[in-house]
Design a protein around this ligand. Structure first.
Ligand SMILES: [Cu+2]
Length: 124
């Protein structure tokens, strides 16, 4: 955790991009500019955000099976512009079952907007 705290001071922007920032997305202007109904193309920041995938390495530091999440202290991932950091990932049952705290793994990650999901892990 010490590692994460030190990093968080200078990497707020990166963390936000990485899904660790808990702040809600910027609030859209309320009634100022009513969007035409049903026009999803007019909402570039909506859930249709581009999906990115990459393969990373790191150490599993915590597992939250109930919430379907794991924490990984991961190495830099230049493919998606992430520096090394400790962060929380969404993870399905298959990943959770194989995960062990303290184990270094190689993992596949899919990033959708602020959400990052580990879709597979294997021994590094
Ligand atoms: Cu990260």
């Amino acid at each position: 955790m010490k590692h994460a705290l030190i990093l968080s001071a200078g990497l707020a922007i990166s963390l936000a991009a990485c899904g660790q920032n808990t702040e809600p997305a910027p609030i859209e202007a309320p009634a100022a500019a009513p969007a035409p109904s049903g026009d999803m193309a007019a909402m570039p920041m909506a859930s249709a955000e581009a999906e990115k995938t990459d393969v990373g390495t790191g150490m599993i530091t915590a597992i939250d099976a109930a919430k379907g999440a794991i924490m990984i202290d991961h190495d830099p991932m230049p493919g998606i512009g992430w520096p090394a950091m400790s962060m929380r990932f969404k993870a399905g049952p298959t990943v959770i079952e194989k995960a062990k705290v303290g184990e270094r793994v190689q993992f596949d990650v899919t990033v959708r907007g602020r959400e990052s999901e580990v879709t597979a892990i294997r021994p590094e």
